[in-house]
Ligand binder design. Structure first.
Ligand SMILES: [Zn+2]
Length: 181
């Protein structure tokens, strides 16, 4: 017979990152937050990524550097974006090292420890998924594109390339003729 106690059960479930926390309290407790964010849960970047993207995983730790609350750890996801040229899906693996100073006072921005980026929140509580989405937003390409598109691009751009190729060839043909003469 198998017994589950609540704590064991919950550690085996993927935790949501849509949790509100008090950053100073978490820093004092050195709280670790491990969880996942589903596509359906996204609020900021849902329109930027394809539904076939993997869940976004985060393993984050609150702690203190001096009097500052800092959040460190890792965010990872196998995102799928839409190529701006051919409109087909393009894989975009995301692995982000998180190193944030969590502040709720804009005047503190200039005082945060070196190597940390500021993250400003309002009020007393911080929604962890907001931080995760903001970090992913920062590293998304402005214009997602394949290195080499898997399908033929529309004819207009193909013929343009063809013309350029022809123009390149011509000077050599002229040289060849000069040599022959
Ligand atoms: Zn493409």
């Amino acid at each position: 017979m198998v017994f589950f106690d609540d704590e064991l059960y919950f550690t085996k479930m993927p935790n949501t990152l849509q949790i509100e926390v008090s950053p100073p309290l978490c820093a004092t407790q050195e709280r670790q937050i491990v969880g996942e964010l589903l596509y359906e849960e996204l609020k900021q970047i849902q329109t930027d990524i394809e539904p076939s993207s993997s869940v976004i995983k985060a393993d984050l730790l609150f702690s203190k550097v001096g009097k500052f609350v800092v959040l460190t750890g890792r965010i990872s996801a196998d995102l799928v974006l839409q190529c701006a040229a051919c409109l087909e899906p393009v894989d975009f693996p995301a692995n982000i090292d998180v190193k944030l100073a969590i502040i709720n006072d804009e005047e503190m921005v200039s005082l945060i420890p070196d190597e940390y980026e500021p993250y400003l929140y309002e009020g007393d509580r911080l929604l962890v998924s907001d931080v995760v989405e903001a970090e992913v937003t920062l590293m998304l390409p402005t214009i997602p594109r394949h290195d080499v598109c898997p399908i033929d691009l529309p004819k207009s751009s193909t013929s343009k390339g063809f013309i350029l190729e022809e123009e390149k060839k011509n000077p050599f043909e002229v040289l060849e003729k000069l040599k022959l003469n």
